[in-house]
Ligand binder design. Sequence first.
Ligand SMILES: Cc1cc2nc3c(=O)[nH]c(=O)nc-3n(C[C@H](O)[C@H](O)[C@H](O)COP(=O)(O)OP(=O)(O)OC[C@H]3O[C@@H](n4cnc5c(N)ncnc54)[C@H](O)[C@@H]3O)c2cc1C
Length: 293
Amino acid sequence: MKAAAFSYARATSVVNALELLVAHGDKAKVLSGGQSLMPAMNLRLVSPELIVDVGQIAELRGIAVRDDIITIGALTRHVDLLRSPEIAAHAPLLTEAVAHIAHPAIRNRGTLGGSLAHADPASELPACMVALNATIVISGQAGERRIAAEDFFTGIYETALSAQELLISVELPVARKNAAHFFCEFARRHGDYAIAGLAAQAIVEKDVLADLRLVFFAVGDRPVLAKAAAKLVKTAITPAVLSDASTALGEELDPQDDQQASASMRRHLAKVLLARCTSALLGRSDLNAGGPV
Ligand SMILES: Cc1cc2nc3c(=O)[nH]c(=O)nc-3n(C[C@H](O)[C@H](O)[C@H](O)COP(=O)(O)OP(=O)(O)OC[C@H]3O[C@@H](n4cnc5c(N)ncnc54)[C@H](O)[C@@H]3O)c2cc1C
């Protein structure tokens, strides 16, 4: 199938893009890398009257580190994240996670801003943003607003962005010296969307988790910042403590059935990920008795 007819405008600046979005309201759609929007248009899941192409706006590109904050422009492509020495040094969770997004052809065009605005609950980057405590920077006619990543994702393909706003950049705190991270996903084939995944960031002090952000994806309508993490923080972790956290996680998650997996399979995989993550963060293989995948 082909997309319905549409008009096209190449925005020359953020201000120009916002003018176009305000003038056309719900009838316009922003185009970044096109790796989600174009398939959706070809399937006629969306049929915008106007495409506002922001792909040439230089001010939306780039990675900068200043005052312990990493700022990543919305147009930064997946491949740029993957190859960035700044990201590898200061947000290594992202380097690891991006390698799981699709395939090189898609990573060469797909962008961070597009992935976050698209808000697929099985996507890697939204979960990483919540795990890394990112701030999402949004621009609209009334000016700029900043929103915590955990408040940005509001449902399946839904975010706090309005149709007249542009996602500009994200800001991440530089990883602390005693920070550790974990990323793992289960997918049918490498590059497929995850059936269940976990992005986590922790502070490890003397074999104890002083802080832990566990963010599961593909097991809910948005990235899930697990409350069960609290059971693993500031305590000596025994198999019994982990088992207690695992039970709490199972009760907290509300995954859905689809063609890929049942809800109970997803819940099971999330518990396996929890055990692997705790074991890896603390370097304790005894905690990953885990059970079969
Ligand atoms: C075969 C295939 C496999 C894929 N596998 C994966 C995968 O495993 N994991 C994964 O996470 N993704 C996957 N993707 C999606 C891919 O990562 C996309 O690149 C990404 O989701 C969207 O980025 P984009 O720049 O292409 O956005 P676009 O397609 O250009 O836009 C996506 C949506 O975001 C909006 N948007 C874009 N930029 C902005 C902005 N700056 N401000 C406001 N709104 C904006 C658009 O209007 C549109 O609604 C896959 C895609 C394909 C085709």
